[in-house]
Design a protein around this ligand. Structure first.
Ligand code: ZN
Length: 275
């Protein structure tokens, strides 16, 4: 089995200081947490930025720039920025693309609309196409975010804008998206294989207590995985994780016990066909 690509999502846009006092907020904090996770085995960092004053999600070019520069100064980590996280920050749809100017190697591309907790996460077909077109123009690989199985099918509409291998991220266990069960993970994986062929790549992001069991299955099935405070703040029942690195370390340990090696950033670039 090929090596495992671990992505860390250090902060996201929803976790608050009240929930987790040590959630990284400033560019320096986000970068430090990513770098620590990189040392633990994460090859990719999925970046959101926060307003340093309020801690709230924001889409701000300078904050992305600062965060990315800190990470690049001390590592060769693959940078993946969000184009979904600004959905709640009032920037409007095109404001979600602000990080693309900074040439991350990967950016998330949300492949459908859905209820998201109490909100509506709007990604209508024309917006998906516009985002995919922009990513192709600037040479950023799209990570295809699928929160349910229909989102995987939606990718057929933008296939001409994507470079192989396709890279899906199954985000499972969001209120409003597909429940995080093993059966559903297999369904998502099989749907990708049927529609886009077995060479397509996939990873799993599972929310809260589902993170560890679903990521362990991804390791066994030959997929990749994401962990971090964006998705889960607990290490075990009632006990909060000390750091993003701690969540990465557990995955490295499980993969090691199963006999699956971890990809470095350089090895991950080859697997993902990044230039
Ligand atoms: Zn995100």
């Amino acid at each position: 089995m090929r090596k495992l690509i671990i992505t860390v999502a250090p902060t996201g846009s929803l976790t608050t200081k009240e929930q987790l006092p040590w959630i990284p907020i400033t560019p320096r904090e986000i970068a430090d947490s990513a770098l620590e996770a990189n040392k633990a085995g994460a090859a990719v960092v999925h970046i959101h930025v926060r307003d340093p004053k309020t801690g709230k999600a924001i889409q701000d070019r300078e904050l992305y720039k600062e965060t990315i520069e800190y990470i690049r100064a001390e590592s060769d980590m693959i940078i993946c920025t969000t184009t979904g996280g600004g959905a709640t920050s009032g920037v409007g749809p095109m404001g979600r693309l602000v990080s693309l100017e900074l040439k991350p190697e990967i950016a998330s591309l949300n492949c459908g609309s859905m209820n998201f907790g109490k909100a509506i996460f709007q990604n209508p077909p024309d917006l998906i196409e516009t985002f995919a077109t922009k990513m192709k123009e600037v040479g950023v690989k799209a990570e295809l975010e699928a929160y349910e199985v229909g989102h995987i099918a939606n990718v057929q509409e933008i296939l001409n804008l994507l470079e192989p291998p396709l890279r899906f991220n199954f985000v499972m266990g969001v209120n409003g998206g597909i429940p995080a069960t093993i059966e559903n993970l297999l369904l998502m994986r099989d749907t990708v294989c049927k529609l886009y062929g077995p060479k397509s790549l996939w990873m799993v992001t599972a929310i809260g207590r589902f993170e560890t069991p679903l990521c362990a299955h991804a390791i066994l099935l030959g997929g990749d995985l994401r962990v971090g405070f964006e998705d889960n703040i607990y290490y075990s029942r009632g006990i909060k994780a000390k750091s993003n690195a701690q969540l990465v370390e557990r995955m490295v340990r499980i993969a090691g016990d199963i006999g699956r090696e971890i990809a470095t950033a350089e090895e991950a670039r080859k697997i993902l066909h990044l230039k």
